[in-house]
Design a binder for this molecule. Structure first.
Ligand SMILES: Nc1ncnc2c1ncn2[C@@H]1O[C@H](COP(=O)(O)OP(=O)(O)OP(=O)(O)O)[C@@H](O)[C@H]1O
Length: 337
């Protein structure tokens, strides 16, 4: 597999009411062609801000500031996205990196037909005739499973169901055959059956096109269905990372365990980790992070004098399974007994 994206030591901060605060810290990951990486965490953990950073869609400085490197590995060589002028970033967006969001209605234009919107997406990046772009639009609608694609070109977004709208957004995102698709909670607003259909569709399209996917979700059920690798984020940091099957079968960070236990069908039989059923409390305010481990005030395994003093570094628990918890060894041992 070839590498398509490297994110190195990403840091993102905002300025609000004269105060600077950091919401993403030291996040590093890479994406290979054809693989899916999930970013998981509760609301406010920094998943969306990370993906907006990759897309170059954060507010301009001084409202936001981004540090580290985001490198797109393309046929034309490596492109450092943080150094790119907005005009070139605009050309890459949609073309090499595309994004779909939770609620297609906010991205689709209500006054234009879906055919016009797909044609526009193609013609804004490629010099092709209207007729050719329309033919490609029909092909794309077929690809994403829209029945009677020719007739559907003339419909408006509000005439379609939520699942169909998400398929349209996927068609638009794929129109230019991007190397990377960022999917930010694309199935959260859909009912369970439609959610499964959209996940199936994304998996099939990925197989056909070889694109890499960065999949943002708070739902471990979705992670189990779609991701090759998983990064769990908490308070703007990676707290656990590894192959999805490793993270799911052998979670070592109490935050990950708490998130997983919140998904009934994943309830981890045999974990024997006491009564960590749900996670009490909230993600901390980025402007007032607790001392020590950011998660310690909510953690059932917190050890006074250890977890509340200095922040834990991220450690390799074996085979690239990375964990940011000073007590991961005891947690692993507790599981084996
Ligand atoms: N434009 C902005 N200005 C100031 N703060 C922001 C801005 N966008 C996001 N934040 C803050 O950054 C932090 C991370 O937010 P982010 O949206 O990335 O979380 P998330 O994990 O994706 O959650 P969600 O699932 O709700 O989108 C939050 O504390 C949020 O309030």
């Amino acid at each position: 597999m070839s590498r398509v994206l490297s994110v190195e030591d990403l840091g993102i901060g905002f300025r609000s009411e004269g105060q600077d605060f950091t919401v993403v810290r030291d996040v590093s990951f890479s994406l290979e062609a054809g693989e899916t990486l999930a970013l998981v965490g509760e609301s406010g953990s920094g998943k969306s801000v990370t993906s907006l950073g990759v897309m170059g869609l954060l507010p301009p400085p001084p409202q936001s500031r981004t540090t580290g490197r985001i490198v797109l590995h393309s046929g034309d060589g490596d492109i450092d996205l943080l150094d790119l002028p907005e005009s070139r970033m605009r050309r890459l967006r949609g073309d090499r990196i595309a994004m779909i969001f939770q609620e297609p209605l906010t991205s689709l234009n209500p006054v234009h037909t879906i055919g016009d919107q797909i044609v526009e997406a193609i013609r804004s990046h490629r010099r092709v005739s209207r007729a050719k772009a329309r033919a490609r639009a029909v092909e794309l609608l077929e690809q994403v499973g829209i029945p009677d694609p020719q007739d559907r070109l003339g419909t408006y977004p509000h005439e379609l169901s939520g699942g169909m709208r998400q398929r349209i957004m996927i068609a638009i995102a794929l129109a230019l055959e991007p190397d990377i698709l960022i999917a930010d909670e694309p199935t959260t607003a859909l009912d369970v059956t439609v959610q499964a259909q959209i996940l199936d569709l994304l998996r099939r399209l990925q197989k056909d096109t070889g694109m890499a996917m960065l999949f943002i979700t708070h739902d471990f059920g979705v992670v189990a269905d779609i991701a090759d690798r998983t990064i769990v984020m908490y308070a703007g940091q990676t707290v656990e990372e590894g192959r999805t099957e490793t993270v799911l079968s052998d979670p070592l960070m109490p935050y990950t365990i708490g998130l997983m236990n919140a998904v009934p069908r994943l309830e981890t039989a045999g974990l024997k980790l006491g009564d960590l059923k749900t996670i009490e409390g909230f993600v901390p305010d980025p402007a007032a992070l607790p001392q020590g481990c950011s998660f310690h005030p909510r953690c059932a395994f917190m050890q006074e004098g250890l977890c509340d003093t200095s922040p834990p570094s991220i450690e390799d628990a074996g085979g690239g399974h990375m964990v940011r918890c000073k007590r991961w060894r005891q947690i692993g041992e507790g599981r084996e007994t």
